[in-house]
Design a binder for this molecule. Structure first.
Ligand code: COA
Length: 182
């Protein structure tokens, strides 16, 4: 039988995240992204302090999954559009492979398209995770994604995926994230 999880969504900095949970999330970040540290350290990332929404997934009373979303105006095939930016997707190591990440990312998609009313969801990831997100209706970008770095605009050299809302209907040709990656 599939396990059911409870998901809480709260504005970062105004929410229900206890100090204990915040330190748990910080520890996950160190542990779960350790193998990607070289890639992470190669870029300057968006500082998400006090910004956007925390998505927290619980098994009973235990926090087992996390993600963050925020809204930003991007440039899509040369017109402005509202992006729902998804990042920090994590499941506690001992709870992986049970559907927690699926629940967290599905909820994040709903927040992006329904609550934020964004035109498009956007995330960046490593290639190994493309099949995971594809199963959750995200589509891989095959054309350039532009990010900002201190030296100027550059092309994001790893994977990027989009969650299509009603408008646009097709994967964009060119996407400018109009800021730092997240
Ligand atoms: C990606 C992640 C959030 C998935 O969480 P989860 O709760 O295990 O997700 P689910 O149980 O819903 O789905 C698991 C499936 O995701 C896929 N998957 C997860 N991590 C993967 C990886 N590193 N490489 C390839 N596939 C992966 C697998 O298909 C897996 O299925 P399996 O358990 O049968 O092998 C979790 O693995 C994680 O925290 N990873 C480290 C942090 C990270 O890379 N986050 C993504 C940033 S873009």
């Amino acid at each position: 039988m599939a396990m059911t999880f409870r998901v809480e969504i709260s504005a970062r900095g105004h929410g229900r995240t206890s100090d204990w949970e915040a330190s748990k999330i910080a520890a996950w970040r160190r542990e779960l992204f350790a193998e990607d540290q070289n890639v992470i350290d190669a870029f300057i990332w968006q500082d998400k302090d006090g910004m956007g929404f925390d998505i927290q997934t619980y098994s009973g009373e235990e926090l087992v999954g996390f993600a963050h979303v925020f809204a930003r105006v991007g440039q899509l095939d040369d017109s402005a559009f509202l992006m729902g930016c998804l990042g920090s997707v994590m499941t506690a190591k001992t709870h992986q492979g049970k559907g927690v990440g699926t629940t967290t990312v599905r909820t994040a998609g709903d927040v992006i398209l329904k609550n934020l009313g964004a035109d498009l969801g956007v995330l960046v990831c490593k290639s190994a995770l493309v099949p995971f997100y594809e199963r959750l209706d995200w589509r891989q970008m095959s054309t350039p994604v532009v990010i900002e770095q201190p030296e100027g605009q550059i092309e994001w050299p790893h994977e990027s995926m989009v969650l299509l809302g009603k408008n646009p209907q097709s994967v964009p040709k060119k996407l400018d994230l109009c800021g730092l990656p997240f």
